[in-house]
Write a protein that binds this ligand. Structure first.
Ligand code: ZN
Length: 307
């Protein structure tokens, strides 16, 4: 387990397994909020949100500890790749990992054993990355009222409740340890949209207010759009052929089952496939990167929560 500095203030360190960490220890005692970003190496909103939040946080005003892993998957981050460059593993499918496993399994194991045991609450900051666009949102497990309350307090424009948390995730490891959790998504595309940065920075502070680590009430800019469903990026509509992807729907647009969602064309523009929406709902994830290979996920449908 990572040993945390006891002095109040900002501390920059590296875990025994070389995971970069920034710790803000408050002057008063209180819970530990663990925040990670960069589980996928092509997602940057959360990284910057952590860097800026720790700089502005006053340790004298803080009760407890903000423990952060701003770039959890540093090898993937340096490679500008979603997955670990050494083995191609998706870190969000490796948890709880293995001490003697592949590089991505070892990284998962290190985070699970060094960081998670400290957490009273866990927040994992993701985004659409280079390939996908996703709504700016906070996701939680429907069955856990602690996660739902935190999602409401976070202040994201969309909150997405999941009936099932699939294995392998950082958050499934937190769940196995009984730690309440939340994760985020954002537009992605390799760029940091200012609204997404604001959402994540405000969200971390809101969460600390919610956990009574800071004084004040969470700042909620507007009532959120509420979605539910599994939201697994490994499922959904996939490309059946290699080609150039031209979507005809946009993020959060309502779609009907069987509705064409775009075209995949060849290098001379011949239509090779016209993928269809698998169900009624809203577009919850959309591939934006045009070159596709058979098997690549194109779109995911979310359902609007029943009132
Ligand atoms: Zn991600």
């Amino acid at each position: 387990m990572l040993s945390l500095p006891s002095e109040p203030g900002l501390h920059r360190l590296c875990s025994p397994n070389d995971i970069p960490a920034i710790v803000v220890r408050g002057a008063a005692t209180g819970p530990t909020l663990l925040v990670s970003a960069g589980v996928h190496g092509d997602e940057y909103e959360g990284v910057r949100a952590i860097f800026e939040t720790v700089e502005e946080l006053d340790p004298q005003a803080l009760r407890g500890t903000l423990l952060t892993a701003p770039i959890l998957n540093y090898p993937a981050h340096r490679a500008v790749e979603r997955n670990h460059p050494a083995d191609g593993g998706n870190l969000a499918r490796q948890f709880p990992g293995r001490a003697d496993g592949t590089p991505s399994e070892r990284l998962a194991f290190a985070f699970d054993s060094e960081f998670l045991p400290h957490a009273d609450f866990y927040l994992d900051l993701h985004s659409g990355g280079i390939r996908f666009a996703m709504p700016s949102m906070a996701g939680y497990e429907t069955a856990d009222p602690r996660g739902r309350a935190a999602a409401e307090a976070f202040g994201a424009p969309v909150i997405w409740g999941h009936p099932v948390i699939e294995p392998g995730r950082t958050i499934s490891s937190a769940r196995a340890r009984g730690i309440p959790f939340l994760y985020t998504e954002a537009r992605g595309a390799g760029r940091i949209h200012p609204d997404d940065l604001l959402m994540m920075r405000r969200g971390i502070v809101n969460l600390m207010k919610h956990l009574r680590m800071l004084d004040g009430r969470p700042e909620i800019p507007a009532p959120p759009l509420r979605l539910h469903g599994i939201g697994n990026t490994d499922e959904g509509v996939s490309a059946t052929v290699d080609g150039f992807w031209m979507p005809s729907v946009s993020l959060l647009e309502p779609v009907r089952a069987g509705q064409p969602i775009g075209r995949i064309v060849s290098e001379i523009g011949e239509v090779l496939a016209i993928p269809e929406a698998p169900a009624d709902g809203l577009v919850g994830l959309l591939r934006k990167l045009p070159p596709v290979s058979a098997g690549d996920v194109l779109l995911l449908v979310a359902a609007r929560e029943e009132a």
